[in-house]
Design a binder for this molecule. Structure first.
Ligand code: ZN
Ligand code: ZN
Length: 220
C-alpha cells in the first residue's frame, strides 16, 4: 500500500492552497467557486478535505463548512493529490500477478477504467487502472468489478459506432459499469484519457440506469 495517510499533510496542504489559488478562470464555475472557497478557508478545512480523500472519509462536513457541493471539492483534491499518488506508486514494489482484486492493490481506490492488451504468454489480458494512483493490475475478463458476478448474469458490452476501441462493460446484476479500452486496436491509446474523452458512452450508460464504479475527474 502507498501509506498515503502518512504523507506530511501540513506541507501537502500548503501546496493545495497554491493549487486552489492558481485555478485558471477558464475552469467550470462550480470548480472555480470551490477553489475560491477552499483557498479562503482556514488551513484546517483544507487539511480535513485532503485527509478525507486519502482515507476514504466523508467529504460532506467540509462541503457544508465551505458552502459548496462535495463533487467539485473532490475534483480539486483529486486533481492535486493524484500526481503525488502516481509518483509514490511508480517507485513502489512490483505487484504480484496474483493480486487480482477489485480495488487497487496499492492505494485501495476503485478502478477508473479497464484495458485489454496482449502480454507475453497471454492474449487479451484485462487490467484495471486505479482512479487515484493510476496503478494497473490484472483482473479476470468476464467478472464484474463491483459485485464479482460472471456469466449470463454478469457483464454485457456496448460499443458506439466510430469508437470501436472503447466499450462499456455493464453488469446485468448490480447495474454498475466501467469503460474498457482495447489497446490491441489502438496501441497508443491512454485509458484514463480515453475515459475522459468519451462522455457519450457515459450518457449511453446513465440513460439506461447504469452507475459508474467511480466518477472520473470530470464527474462522469
Ligand atoms: Zn491506486
Ligand atoms: Zn456487478
Amino acid at each position: 500500500m502507498l501509506r498515503l495517510e502518512r504523507l506530511p499533510l501540513d506541507a501537502v496542504s500548503d501546496g493545495f492552497l497554491e493549487f486552489c489559488r492558481a485555478m485558471p478562470e477558464l475552469a467550470p464555475s462550480l470548480v472555480m467557486e470551490a477553489a475560491r472557497a477552499a483557498s479562503g478557508a482556514a488551513a484546517q478545512v483544507r487539511l480535513d478535505l485532503l485527509r478525507a480523500l486519502l482515507t476514504g472519509g466523508d467529504v460532506g462536513p467540509t462541503a457544508t463548512a465551505l458552502g459548496c457541493p462535495p463533487a467539485p471539492l473532490v475534483f480539486l483534491a483529486r486533481g492535486y493529490l493524484s500526481p503525488v499518488a502516481e509518483q509514490l506508486a511508480a517507485v513502489g514494489p512490483a505487484l504480484s500477478p496474483e493480486d487480482r482484486q477489485p480495488m487497487c492493490p496499492r492505494c485501495g481506490w476503485p478502478p477508473q477504467v479497464s484495458k485489454l492488451q496482449d502480454e507475453p504468454g497471454a492474449e487479451g489480458n484485462r487490467r484495471l487502472v486505479c482512479a487515484f494512483c493510476a496503478t494497473d493490475w490484472m483482473f479476470p475478463r468476464s467478472v464484474c468489478v463491483a459485485c464479482g458476478v460472471s456469466g449470463d448474469d454478469g457483464l454485457e458490452f456496448h460499443v458506439d459506432e466510430g469508437l470501436s476501441h472503447v466499450r462499456v462493460e455493464s453488469c446485468r446484476s448490480c447495474r454498475s459499469y466501467l469503460k474498457s479500452v482495447d489497446l490491441r486496436a489502438v496501441g497508443l491509446a491512454e485509458p484514463l484519457v480515453d475515459d475522459l474523452a468519451t462522455p457519450e458512452l457515459d450518457l449511453w450508460a446513465t440513460d439506461r440506469g447504469f452507475e459508474k464504479t467511480v466518477p472520473n475527474l470530470l464527474g462522469l
